[in-house]
Every structure is written in C-alpha cells, then in structure tokens.
Ligand binder design. Structure first.
Ligand code: HEC
Ligand code: HEC
Ligand code: HEC
Length: 407
C-alpha cells in the first residue's frame, strides 16, 4: 500500500512537471512555424481594381491598420482587444520599403492573406489578423493593387512596428487549437450577380464573414464550409462593448419573431447603410454601419439571408442602455452608445482626441456627431441625425472637447 502511494505520488509529480514544462515551453517558445506559401502571382494594376480594392479594404483592413496620428495604415495599438489575449498592435502595411510591406512581393502578400503564415519568418500570424481563405482571387488581387496604389492612406510611412505581449492563453490557442488555413487548390471566382442568392452567399460568407459574429460560437466555426458552423446565422453570442457592457448578437435567419423574418429589403438596406436599426436604435459596437457596400451587395445579402435554414435562436436582445449613473454630457455619451465604440476615454475603436482641434466651432462639432457622412463619406459610425436631438448633440460636443483636453 505504501509503495503504491509512493508510485502514485511520483506519477502525479511527473504529470505536474510535464505540465509545468509545457507551460514554460508555451511561454518561451516563439509562435509555431510552418513552411511559407508564396504563390507565383503578379497583380496587374488597373483603375477598376484599385477602386474595388479600396472599397473592400475600407471595410476589411483599414479599421484595424489605420493609425489616427499618421492617417495611413501604419499600424496601431488595438485598443478594442479583450485583455485576456494581451496587448496587440497591428502592423505597418504602408508602402515603406522596410517598415511596411513595400518590399514584399504580390505572392508573399497573397500567401499571408490566404494562409496566415508569415512569408518571411514562417511564423503563424495570430488570428487577430484575419485570413481570407474563401475570398475570390479577383477581390484579393484588387486589395493588393490598392496597397500598391497612390491612395494617400497607403503612402510609405516611416513607423516602426511595435511588438505586442500575448498572454499564455493566446500562445496556447496558437499552438494547440489553431492552425494555418490551406491555400485553395484552384482559383476562386466571384459568382455572377445573375443569381442574387448565390452572389449574396459569397458576399455575406466569404467576402465579409457576417456569419463569424452571427453564429452560435466562435470556437465551433468551419472556416472552409461556413454553412457547417454551429448555429449558422442564428446569433446568440454576447460581445463586450468598449466599456464592458454585454451586447447580444441577433439572429439573422428569417425567423418571424427572433430573426429578420418581418424585415423588408428596404428596412435591411436602410439599417445597414445608415447604422440605425429597424427599431430606431443606432447599431451598438461591434456592429458597424456598412455604407461602403454597394446597393447590389446589400440586396444580395438580404436575398441570401432569407434562404438560410431558419433557426429559432433566442429572442433576447440587448436591453436599452440604462440611464447612466453619470449625468449631463457624460451621461449622454454613455446613453447614446458613443462609449461603446469610442471607449470611456475617447480612444477606443476610433479616436476622438483630434476632434477638438479639427472642429473648433461648436455647432460644426455637433453637426459632425449627427451627420458624420458629410464629413467622412466612408464613415462606419452610425448616422445619428434621425434619432438624436440637436441639443443632445451640442452637449455631446462639449463632452468630446473634455475628453480631448484630458489628454
Ligand atoms: C481585426 C483586425 C485586423 C484586420 C481586419 C486586418 N488586419 Fe492585418 N493585422 C492585424 C494585426 C493585429 C496584425 C499583426 C499580427 C501580429 O502580431 O503579427 C496584422 C498583420 C498584417 C500583415 C503582416 C505585416 C507584417 O509586417 O508582418 C499584413 C500584410 C496585413 N496585416 C494586411 C492586412 C490586410 C491587407 C487586411 C485587409 C484585407 C488586414 N490586414 C486586415 C490586424 C488586422
Ligand atoms: C464583429 C461582429 C459582427 C459582424 C462581423 C457583423 N455583425 Fe451584425 N451585429 C453584431 C452585433 C453585436 C449586433 C447587435 C447590435 C445592436 O444591438 O445594436 C448586430 C446586429 C446586426 C443587425 C440588426 C439585427 C437586429 O435584429 O437588430 C443586422 C441586420 C446585422 N447585424 C447584419 C450583419 C451583416 C449583414 C453583416 C456582414 C456584412 C454583419 N452583421 C456583420 C455583430 C456583428
Ligand atoms: C459603431 C461605432 C461608433 C459609435 C456608436 C459612435 N462612433 Fe463616432 N466614430 C466612429 C468611427 C469609426 C469614427 C471615424 C470615422 C469613421 O470611419 O466612421 C468616428 C468619428 C467620430 C467623430 C469625428 C472624429 C474626427 O477626428 O474626425 C466624432 C466627433 C465622433 N465620432 C463622436 C461620436 C459620438 C459623440 C458618438 C455618440 C453619439 C459616437 N461618435 C458614436 C465610430 C462610432
């Protein structure tokens, strides 16, 4: 008996040592490496490609890579990253020869975007940098053509990349749970718009990955065949906004009460392009307004969503923001959902800290808040005019100035 206990003790000790060794390994080892994939492509630039690539990149790349100081895609701290994953910086993807991607070949860019393997180091790039493994070659080549274009936002910027500090959880996920995606075996084409439902399937799933947030669980998604993801388009996850309030992700299937069953196409397009929901509430973070989508893309997504198998999901939706404990302008800033995107300090997913200098006139700043599209036609901030009084906007402008002065 005594001997058995000794053996058990030793065995347990061994398990602990192995576990500790694994933890130490995770902590000290670099991200796992793979053989880089560098397809032989050279992207010919045409004005159409650049324009198409720019439109896609504004929805798919710029929010993460644009630095508000340089106004180029020179990389920044990802202020909206959940702390469980550590501190994360996006990278300089301007045309700078050494700091940016100016020295990369088209094949290196395509390989990274498809697989997630860094073409220079072979390291697996953390999943904060999305992979575009189902996107059509024409779309990705257009994005590459745009990265090479004379658009001021990609102009060479001499900004050094900052290394982040990933947590043990991140390192564990990168080594044990996640792996690079495979290069598609043949060219992928954009489906014809002759069949709106087919085109919509491509746009919603493969171009903008709407299912990624609107399905049951991030951990149970099929990157190759999105339709096999758990609770496909049935919603149900909750996501924290930038001040930690839980936002519920709704069901987008055609369920009559819990989904989009009663939405008309016009209501859908209106909500997507203004960021004001059918119920008159502005979209909450992280749901962006999608006014950079073409009318055709909007119509196609709507047609496709109506064809997705209906799921009941749960009827819950995020309760209205409670009247904040804060009164006055700061209270309004929380109540209208500004804090959800801009954070309590105004830094968040888009920075407010330049607004004071940019819009010295109070009535102009209030107008920016109600009619952002006038000042930035490509904005993904909701167009508040129809749901916010001018006097609230005036008070909010005051609060924005307070945030700027606290810096
Ligand atoms: C959700 C945020 C996010 C989006 C969206 C995003 N990126 Fe990134 N990207 C990152 C982060 C974070 C990194 C750095 C990852 C790391 O730590 O290595 C990165 C890295 C990169 C790199 C590697 C640069 C280098 O020097 O290692 C390239 C190239 C790149 N992104 C291009 C793009 C393009 C093109 C798009 C749009 C098609 C895009 N990214 C969309 C967050 C994002
Ligand atoms: C980053 C995660 C995320 C992505 C990506 C995303 N959504 Fe959403 N979506 C949300 C959240 C969260 C809400 C709830 C917002 C709220 O409560 O105001 C939402 C709300 C909506 C609504 C309102 C539905 C209702 O019943 O209130 C529609 C419509 C919608 N999304 C469509 C889309 C489409 C189409 C796409 C792809 C182009 C998309 N979403 C991509 C997170 C996301
Ligand atoms: C869904 C996210 C979101 C919400 C909610 C939101 N904003 Fe914004 N806001 C942005 C983004 C992103 C920008 C940068 C322009 C763009 O791309 O839309 C911006 C830009 C601005 C600007 C201009 C900054 C500049 O330097 O030009 C002001 C001012 C502003 N927001 C104030 C507000 C106020 C006040 C509220 C609440 C009523 C609010 N925002 C709600 C995302 C949001």
């Amino acid at each position: 008996m005594k001997r058995l206990l000794t053996w058990l003790g030793l065995a347990l000790g061994l398990v602990v040592v192995v576990l500790l060794g694994f933890v130490a390994f995770l902590w000290f080892a670099p991200y796992p490496s793979y053989e880089p994939v560098v397809p032989a492509v050279t992207v010919a630039s045409t004005p159409e490609r650049v324009a198409h690539g720019r439109r896609l990149a504004l929805s798919l790349c710029v929010a993460c890579h644009e630095n508000p100081e340089t106004k180029t895609v020179s990389g920044k701290l990802m202020a909206d990253m959940p702390p469980e994953f550590g501190t994360v910086y996006s990278k300089n993807i301007t045309q700078h020869e050494t700091q940016g991607i100016g020295g990369w070949t088209d094949g290196e860019l395509l390989g990274l975007l498809r697989t997630g393997i860094h073409p220079r180091t072979g390291q697996f790039v953390p999943p904060w940098m999305p992979r575009f493994n189902r996107m059509a070659d024409e779309d990705l080549e257009s994005i590459i053509a745009w990265l090479r274009s004379d658009d001021p936002i990609v102009a060479a910027t001499n900004q050094t990349n900052t290394a982040g500090s990933p947590t043990l959880l991140t390192k564990f996920l990168m080594r044990v749970v996640m792996s690079p995606t495979e290069m598609p075996s043949q060219r992928i084409d954009v489906p014809s718009t002759a069949n709106m439902q087919e085109f919509g399937r491509y746009v919603a799933n493969d171009r903008y990955s709407c299912f990624g947030c609107h399905s049951a669980d991030f951990a149970d998604q099929d990157e190759v065949r999105p339709e096999n993801s758990a609770g496909f388009y049935g919603g149900g996850m909750t996501m924290p906004d930038l001040v930690g309030r839980a936002v519920y992700v709704p069901n987008l299937t055609a369920h009559a009460t819990n989904g989009l069953g009663k939405w008309t196409e016009a209501e859908f397009v209106q909500a997507m392009s203004t960021g004001i929901n059918r119920n008159g509430k502005p979209f909450r973070y992280p749901m962006a307004r999608h006014n950079m989508l073409t009318p055709e893309e909007h119509a196609a997504i709507y047609a496709y969503l109506r064809s997705v198998p209906v799921l009941e999901g749960t009827p819950s939706s995020t309760p209205e923001y409670a009247e904040s404990a804060e009164k006055g302008p700061k209270g309004l800033y929380f109540k209208h959902g500004c804090a959800g995107c801009h954070g309590a300090t105004g830094m968040g997913a888009a920075s407010l800290l330049k607004a004071h200098g940019k819009y010295p006139d109070d009535s102009v700043l209030a107008d920016v808040i109600r009619n952002i599209t006038r000042y930035n036609p490509e904005a993904w901030m909701p167009e508040y005019a129809s749901v916010m009084s001018e006097s609230d906007a005036t008070q909010l402008a005051l609060h924005v100035r307070t945030l700027c002065s606290k810096r």
